[in-house]
Design a protein around this ligand. Structure first.
Ligand code: HEM
Length: 378
């Protein structure tokens, strides 16, 4: 049972400047979660019901006016509170340390954002990072099999920090998972608005298939629709350095291998890499070498070394981890913003993520975060 008193939550001057919609009235918030998680063996429909009940209760509480705005009656939900985002990040780190759930949190963030269609202008019809994946109807899409478990892990954090949107929480969790697994710092921004009802979820079929008849053109169809290019397709595919595929979820992979029979975390499935909780460039090395039958290569992974344009990047990433990290970080940040509506429109940064000290400058160029931070925070 999670409990949270926000009496200690105060808006800093910088945060007030960055997020005018948020006022000190948030200090009124006192919230006690009604969610208590069932045993691991609970049937997912039962779990879904409880999660959705919890979400509805949380929305009802949220609309009482105690924190100054409502997410229910207005389609313009105020987006996340920077202080709560920072605390949520710490909770996510703790979750990662205890549950080893880095891969599924990355997949959750990707599947929320990856429904984006650049040819549709209207929000939320265009899809993307808008928290729609919390709704049962979308979780039941074939491509999302198993992701209810990721929602189950994050729901207590969402309940604890009511002023963090699902859309931000999913992307925060994914970026934090990459970073905590040893990957690059992702130049994230926050303030994504949530959709408010299941009717606003995208239709099924916007995410890629793992075994289409023509993998290269399928990947281009799907990722170009999101506004991503060949380099970004290859770099993002490198996220499969983490995690496993499970036949009972996606239909792909072995039930168990020498790398997955003992966990950590839940056992089973087939991983793309031997150390599937470590973010590095071994995904590209392993596909190229094709030496271990216990490691997974989906048709959409194999094509990265077959298609001439994809191959250029895949070969580079197989030998140059720094190049992979740089391109991955940029592509991941872009993916996390797809289709998102930001409130305030100029969005904001979690200061802890973007201190000048920590900023990576692999190209030697000033990056967007640093410029924005100078303008708005310092
Ligand atoms: C290129 C097209 C892609 C295809 C066809 C694809 C397909 C799949 C499939 C079939 C699984 C196994 C799911 C399961 O059985 O539980 C999976 C897992 C995963 N995918 Fe992808 N994926 C793609 C791109 C991406 C991207 C862009 C990311 C992130 C940026 C990503 C991150 C992950 C992660 C981390 C897992 C492991 C999840 C876990 O261990 O629970 N994938 N993907």
């Amino acid at each position: 049972m999670a409990s949270f008193s926000a009496a200690a939550v105060t808006t800093t001057t910088a945060a007030r400047r960055l997020l005018p919609a948020f006022t000190a009235s948030a200090t009124n918030l006192s919230y006690r979660s009604s969610l208590s998680l069932g045993p691991a063996s609970a049937r997912s429909s039962h779990l879904l019901n409880r999660l959705f009940h919890s979400q509805k209760s949380s929305l009802r509480r949220f609309s009482t006016g105690r924190i100054g705005y409502s997410t229910v009656s207005s389609p313009k939900c105020a987006a996340s509170n920077p202080e709560q985002l920072k605390s949520a990040r710490e909770d996510i780190k703790e979750l990662l340390e205890t549950k080893f759930c880095h891969p599924i949190l990355v997949r959750l963030g990707w599947h929320d954002a990856g429904t984006y269609n650049k040819n549709i202008e209207e929000w939320p019809q265009r899809g993307g990072a808008n928290g729609s994946l919390r709704f049962e109807i979308e979780l039941k899409h074939g491509a999302n099999a198993g992701l209810v478990n990721a929602l189950k892990l994050l729901q207590p954090i969402k309940d604890k920090y009511a002023s963090v949107t699902y859309a931000d929480l999913f992307q925060l969790a994914s970026a934090t998972a990459i970073e905590e697994a040893g990957g690059p710092k992702i130049p994230m921004k926050y303030g994504r608005v949530d959709i408010s009802e299941a009717e606003q979820c995208p239709e099924e079929g916007r995410l890629p298939d793992a075994g289409p008849p023509s993998p290269a053109s399928h990947l281009r169809d799907v990722f170009y629709r999101m506004g991503l290019n060949d380099k970004e397709i290859v770099a993002l595919s490198g996220a499969h350095t983490l995690g496993r595929s499970r036949p009972e979820r996606s239909g792909w992979g072995k039930p168990e291998t020498k790398y997955t029979k003992e966990g950590p975390g839940a056992t089973g499935g087939q991983s793309w890499t031997a150390q599937w909780l470590k973010f590095d460039h071994s995904y590209f090395k392993d596909i190229k070498e094709k030496i271990d039958e216990d490691l997974l290569v989906l048709p959409t992974d194999a094509v990265l070394f077959e298609d001439t344009q994809f191959k250029e990047y895949a070969e580079k990433y197989a030998v140059d981890q720094d190049a992979f990290f740089k391109d991955y970080a940029e592509a991941h940040a872009k993916l996390s913003n797809l289709g998102a509506k930001f409130d305030p429109p100029e969005w904001f940064l979690i200061m802890i993520l973007v201190t000048l000290k920590n900023l990576r400058q692999p190209t030697g160029k000033k990056d967007m975060c640093q410029n924005v931070m100078r303008k708005t925070i310092v």
